[in-house]
Structure formats: structure tokens, C-alpha cells
Design a protein around this ligand. Structure first.
Ligand code: FES
Length: 183
């Protein structure tokens, strides 16, 4: 497992495409990426902090940026998708998908009952053997799992490679127009 995390750390640090937060409090995001192995070093303390539910302030995630946090010991990705990414996700025919799901079906409505396609929230775990995929990578502009070559699209749906299903959507809800609670 540590090899996997090291691999992703290396790639993620190069890409500088995420913000990592390991706290149970509202997630505040800065521009810089923070090393993923912080989690491993924090050991049980991180697990404890990441247990239960977490709140994430979506306004802190700029367009085109991905927040990466921990929830119950698992990485969670919150991607503020660009208009291009949303258009790509919505344009895919279900017949092209190994695990058919519309983009809308992978989103959760806000308190007004409106689905905002900007924010995609996923458990950041490859459904093949559990590696952590890299964002903004692969053949479909979404995520790429370097372990065995699974490609996910901008909705986190499996498009190519050995992973059998789409990346999972964790249980979450909007507690205001801009804050979600995961768990
Ligand atoms: S664990 Fe991701 S492709 Fe195998």
C-alpha cells in the first residue's frame, strides 16, 4: 500500500492539481498542494480525524481545482469541474459506458433541489484494486490509475482498463448552497 501512495504522491506533487486536507473541520483550501503521505505519517491520529463526517466549503475550490481529503480513512476527491469537463461528461452516450450512469445521476442536489454540475464528489479509489487515481490524466480528461491503467472520465466513470465500475460517490448532502457534509 505504501508503494501505491508513494507513486501517487510523486505524480500528484508533480501535477500540483489538488489540495489535501486531513481534518474533520470545514475544509479550507489554499493554492498549494500538501503531501499525501502526511496521512501515513499521521497514522492513527489522521484516521481518527477523518472518521465520521466532514464538512467541505466548496467556495474554497477554484474552477479546475481538486480538493483531496480523507473520510473514514478513504481519499475523497471534490472536483470543481470546468465547463469543458462538464460538457464532456454530459455528452457521453450511456452505450459507451462499462458501468452506465448519467453524469446527473452522480451528483447531489443542493437545498433548493438544484443539481450544480460544477462539483463532483467521489471516493478517490480505483475500483480495480484500490489505488488512488491521478487527476487530470488519462485518455478521457478525468482520472488515471497508474497501478494497472484504468482511465476514468470527467464524471469519474470507468472508460478503459481493468476497473469494473465507476468511482463511487460517497454519501453526502448540501448543508448550505456552498457547504457539503460527507458522511
Ligand atoms: S488498482 Fe487501478 S487499475 Fe488496478
Amino acid at each position: 500500500m505504501s508503494d501505491t501512495l508513494d507513486t501517487n504522491e510523486h505524480i500528484d506533487e508533480e501535477k500540483r492539481d489538488f489540495i489535501f486536507i486531513a481534518t474533520g473541520a470545514v475544509a479550507a483550501a489554499g493554492a498549494a498542494s500538501v503531501a499525501w503521505p502526511l496521512v501515513a505519517q499521521m497514522g492513527k491520529a489522521a484516521d481518527t480525524l477523518a472518521a465520521g463526517s466532514i464538512e467541505i466549503d466548496l467556495t474554497k475550490i477554484a474552477e479546475g481545482q481538486q480538493l483531496k481529503t480523507l473520510w473514514r480513512g478513504k481519499p475523497v476527491f471534490v472536483r470543481h469541474r470546468t465547463a469543458k469537463e462538464i460538457a464532456e461528461a454530459e455528452a457521453v452516450p450511456l452505450s459507451d459506458l462499462k458501468d452506465p450512469a448519467t453524469d446527473d445521476s452522480r451528483l447531489v442536489a443542493n437545498p433548493e433541489g438544484k443539481v450544480d454540475p460544477k462539483y463532483l464528489v467521489m471516493v478517490g479509489v480505483c475500483t480495480h484494486f484500490g489505488c488512488v487515481p491521478v487527476g487530470e490524466a488519462g485518455d478521457f480528461d478525468g482520472w488515471y490509475c497508474p497501478c494497472h491503467g484504468s482511465h476514468y472520465d470527467t464524471s469519474g466513470r470507468i472508460r478503459k482498463g481493468p476497473a469494473p465500475t465507476n468511482m463511487a460517490i460517497p454519501p453526502y448532502a448540501f448543508i448550505s448552497d456552498t457547504v457539503i457534509k460527507v458522511g
